[in-house]
Design a protein around this ligand. Structure first.
Ligand code: NAD
Length: 430
């Protein structure tokens, strides 16, 4: 094994080469950084593997997770808590690395971290003898998992070493359970309305930012109008649903949406408000109208494709079949390294995850810094800050991309790495 990091040696396992690793390597070389320093940018500073004995309905259910604290050179480790059946250490490390890049390219004084908890809630139906889908059961289970997680790590949150937030499988309700453990409004972001330190607009901020990035892609890169633009969205959770609602408000035609359970397709444009009501009740977009599969959606002939669900859904193969004019990465790392190379070769522009879905961390910055203020910031001011921060970063990345003849995704990583490197050097961390 050709291990390069202390972590790989200890784990006796080689991290898969991901897009962020390769882009950091290339950016580091362009910036003239040595191999050791580039590795310091790639590797996490600390990874903890933990066991959570979750007490639920008179039983103890054991789940495992890991927390990757990637880099805190520019501020506290920041990143969401993911609960999913396929979480792994390397995926969590990759997601924490993306947070370091995201906070840096957005120029927010946070670092990067992530928590992955491996739990197959659908598997738990068997343990508890349930047959029918029961959303209250699923919610109660994820709340109890988060409560146990928070009980174990509350010291880190209260000391503002690591400030968690929601990610796939968690939301504001779980963040309230973390607050219950710390009783510190700055210890966690993404708290629900009414909980000390909550921020109006935080819940919809990521989807709002994705819709703004899609507007910029349409108008400034593709030279199209938002009104009437045809959009396809994979994922109808916190990110996908809000992006769809905001894009529909701007006059775009969202023609297709898919989730884990199925899809909805209407070439003349879906009624997104009605779809959201249906999804809230049914727990899926399936059954709303004509169905469509995930693979069909990714290959639809649309103006913009928004992958807002899982990672690695766009790969070398299906990127050859993409017919969208441009892509906005609502999800984290939805396009693989090889997939991105195909898109670049085909001239399909991509607004990368670390800018496109950064609305949530911009709002988290506001929530964290204003957490002791009883005077609430208005929702429209929060969303305006999201717009401004995305515009600033996207403009800088587009300029760097055109000056250096690289993609916007690579330019974003280069800007981020330069900032992290400067902070590490000033703090004598390297
Ligand atoms: P969520 O759990 O609220 O919703 C996820 C949605 O994606 C659901 O509709 C689910 O059914 C669907 N989905 C999951 N796996 C799928 C698959 N393999 N194929 C098709 N559909 C699938 O999650 P979310 O908070 O909306 O996060 C979505 C993505 O955005 C994740 O990659 C997450 O890391 C990223 N993200 C979220 C936030 C945030 O503020 N919530 C911020 C930045 C990035």
């Amino acid at each position: 094994m050709n291990a390069e990091s202390g972590m790989e040696i200890l784990l006796e396992s080689k991290e898969p080469t991901t897009r962020s690793i390769e882009f950091i390597r290339r950016a580091g070389e362009r910036l003239g950084l040595g191999r050791g320093i580039i590795n310091d940018m790639i590797n996490p500073q600390k990874v903890t593997v933990f066991r959570l004995p979750v007490k639920f309905w008179g039983k103890v259910v054991v789940v495992w997770g890991c927390m990757s604290l990637h880099n805190d050179a520019r501020g506290p480790y920041k990143g969401g808590i993911r609960i999913a059946p396929d979480v792994s250490i390397w995926e969590t490390v990759e997601l924490s690395r993306l947070m370091t890049l995201k906070t840096a390219v957005m120029d927010i004084e946070f670092g990067g971290g992530k928590t992955g908890i491996r739990a197959d809630i659908r598997e738990m139906y068997n343990i508890f003898g349930l047959k029918e889908r029961d959303r209250d059961f699923e919610e109660a289970m994820s709340l109890d998992i988060c409560e146990e997680f928070a009980a174990q790590f509350k010291g880190l949150f209260r000391d503002h070493v690591y400030v968690p937030a929601p990610d796939m499988g968690t939301g504001p309700a779980e963040m309230a359970f973390i607050y219950n453990q710390t009783l510190d409004p700055a210890s966690v972001t993404g708290k629900p309305e009414g909980v000390h330190g909550w921020l109006p607009g935080r819940k919809e901020s990521t989807g709002y930012g994705v819709s703004h990035a899609a507007k910029r892609l349409l108008e400034d890169i593709l030279g199209l109008r938002v009104e009437g633009a045809r959009v396809a969205i994979q994922g109808f959770g916190n990110v996908g649903m809000h992006a769809a609602l905001f894009l529909a408000e701007l006059g775009a035609k969202v023609v297709a949406v898919t989730d884990l359970y199925g899809g909805a397709y209407d070439p003349s444009g879906l009624d997104i408000q009605a779809l959201a009501r249906h999804a809230r009740k049914a727990g899926t977009v399936a059954g709303f109208t004509t169905s469509i599969t995930n693979e069909e959606l990714l290959a639809l002939d649309v103006d913009v494709l928004l992958p807002c669900a899982a990672g690695h859904v766009l790969n070398e193969e299906n990127c050859k079949a993409v017919r969208a004019k441009g892509i906005v990465e609502g999800a984290n790392m939805p396009t693989t390294l090889e997939g991105m190379d195909v898109l670049v070769e085909r001239g399909i522009p991509v607004i990368p995850d670390i800018i496109a879905n950064a609305g949530g961390v911009v709002a988290s910055m506001e929530e964290y810094s204003r957490s002791l203020s009883a005077l609430k910031t208005r929702r429209e001011d929060v969303l305006r800050t999201v717009t401004e921060k995305i515009d600033e970063s996207l403009d800088a990345a587009m300029q760097q991309a055109s000056e250096q003849g690289i993609s916007i995704a690579e330019a974003s990583v280069q800007i981020a790495i330069d900032r992290v490197y400067q902070a590490m050097k000033r703090r004598r961390l390297i």
